[in-house]
Design a binder for this molecule. Structure first.
Ligand code: NAD
Length: 455
């Protein structure tokens, strides 16, 4: 029997909705429905599957504003970010709508016959989504999984289920058959764990914390279940003295304070070459103070609140034990607000410099030379993202090759493009999402040999 959970707007602390908390049996029933409709979904021709995904993208496009407003209310994302996020779901669906007709196997030369390979869908795919980017992370899993012919059950984060629930309705409006894409709300340890334990789920695609990622990987080992893990990060933004310092400093706040720092790709370690440190900080301070931390419904808001009071307490605990260089501003009153905060960190062993804070806090440290910059950047169990600012292209490339991380940008802080692969080195994860090869993560490669010689 499902119960209900109140959903709170983090900018106002008011309850805005209630959603069902599904139990073990209900989750099992959703998985079993996904398994029942799988054979029919596999039989949908590639061109028709493409058409359905394009139609899904069109329906999402017609509801961008509604989805964005829902995300602002549920997650406290700024309206401009939320519009981009809804648009990203549409774009990812469109990108992978071209995939079913291109997901071709190979013909391999062999003796005595013909050898061909097929990409077969895995079956039911369980997608588990965190609260920090509810829409894009849902889309990055569901679009390539459906394109490859799988059926999908998706569990949004307990705190932020509203846009995922709406996407489930929009999929049906677009004509996706009942059961092909379902959204199941509830607790991670119940709904998410059922994805891990139910034998009909053939892959778990998890994005979230390392603690839960470890539990999921262990659980999936029981059935040798396929798993993709997109986990935490502590990325470095490396600024060399020869960089365009004005541009690097103007952009650095948005590399970490976007989404109030609740971003796995946040460049929360800012490494600045010692010879340019003072000049960089002169430009950086006004840039931080200029970040518009406002009501997220405001068109000019650049940063909203944190997701919960508990998250804010956790972030503050790092600040309390550190030396604060300066802060930006944040609204007073209701809402889980926190000002962008800059820590100067002589100690790279401090908790603030080593752990993923997941809030609007950046630690700045100086480095002497290229080798030290790479060494500091790599002194982390994580390796998800990062940036390098330099006018010396050869050096930028050398450093990019030296930093152990999955997604790097030179003279830019961009992290994720749907057309390029995304994922982490080391403890930031396992596997890659997005890009031209995403369907391979949702397919089994089957080899068939046909004898043409009489034996
Ligand atoms: P979380 O691990 O607490 O929860 C993630 C999801 O897992 C939620 O839906 C939750 O309900 C579910 N869950 C919890 N316990 C479970 C269990 N035992 N079995 C199955 N599912 C379970 O993470 P969060 O707090 O929602 O998100 C923040 C974390 O996500 C951060 O560490 C962040 O870096 C990471 N993240 C990573 C990426 C990436 O692409 N690498 C992207 C966004 C967020």
């Amino acid at each position: 029997m499902s119960t209900e959970l109140g959903i709170v707007n983090p900018a106002t602390e008011e309850q805005i909705a209630t959603v069902a908390v599904h139990d073990f049996e209900e989750t099992g029933r959703a998985i079993e429905l996904a398994a029942t409709v799988l054979p029919a979904w596999k039989r949908v021709t590639p061109a028709d599957r493409s058409r359905l995904l394009r139609r899904f993208a069109d329906v999402v496009d017609a509801h961008i504003e509604e989805l964005a407003q829902l995300e602002v209310a549920n997650s406290g994302h700024t309206i401009s970010n939320a519009r981009w996020e809804a648009g990203n779901v549409r774009d990812v669906l469109l990108y992978y709508s071209g995939a079913p007709e291109r997901h071709a196997g190979r013909q391999i030369p062999v003796a005595g016959g013909v050898d061909i390979t097929f990409y077969e869908p895995l079956g039911v795919v369980g997608i588990i989504v965190p609260w920090n980017f509810p829409m894009p992370i849902a889309g990055w899993g569901l679009a390539p999984a459906l394109a490859a012919g799988n059926t999908v059950v998706l569990k949004p984060a307990t705190l932020t289920p509203l846009t995922a629930l709406r996407l489930g309705e929009l999929a049906l409006d677009a004509g996706l058959p009942e059961g092909v894409f379902q959204v199941v709300t509830g607790d991670g340890a119940m709904v998410g764990n059922r994805f891990v334990t139910h034998p009909a789920v053939r892959k778990v695609c998890f994005t979230g914390s390392n603690a839960v990622g470890r539990i999921i990987m262990q659980g999936c080992a029981e059935q040798i279940k396929r798993v993709t893990l997109e986990l935490g990060g502590k990325s470095a933004n490396i600024v060399f003295a020869d960089a365009d310092l004005v541009r690097a400093a103007a952009n650095a706040p948005y590399a970490v304070f976007d989404n109030a720092g609740q971003d796995c790709c946040a460049r929360s370690r800012l490494l600045v070459e010692a010879s340019a440190y003072d000049r960089f900080m002169e430009y950086f301070e006004p840039a931080v103070k200029g970040v518009k931390v406002l009501d997220p419904t405001s068109e000019s808001s650049e940063m909203g609140p944190l997701i919960t009071a508990a998250q804010r307490d956790s972030v503050r605990s790092y600040v309390e034990e550190s030396e604060v260089a300066f802060t930006g501003s944040a609204p007073e009153g209701p809402g889980y607000w926190m000002a962008p905060t800059v820590l100067e960190t002589p100690d790279t062993q401090s908790r603030a410099f080593r752990e993923e804070i997941f809030g609007p806090v950046v630690s700045v440290v100086r480095f002497r030379d290229e080798a030290e910059a790479i060494a500091i950047a790599n002194e982390s169990p994580y390796g998800l993202s990062g940036s390098i600012w330099s006018r010396d292209v050869a050096r930028a490339l050398r450093v990019a090759r030296g930093v152990e991380t999955g997604t790097l940008s030179v003279n830019s802080n961009s992290s994720v493009r749907y057309s390029t692969p995304f994922g982490g080195f080391k403890q930031s994860g396992l596997g890659r999402e997005l890009g031209p090869d995403a369907l391979l993560g949702f397919s089994e490669e089957k080899n068939v040999f046909i004898a043409t010689e009489e034996s």
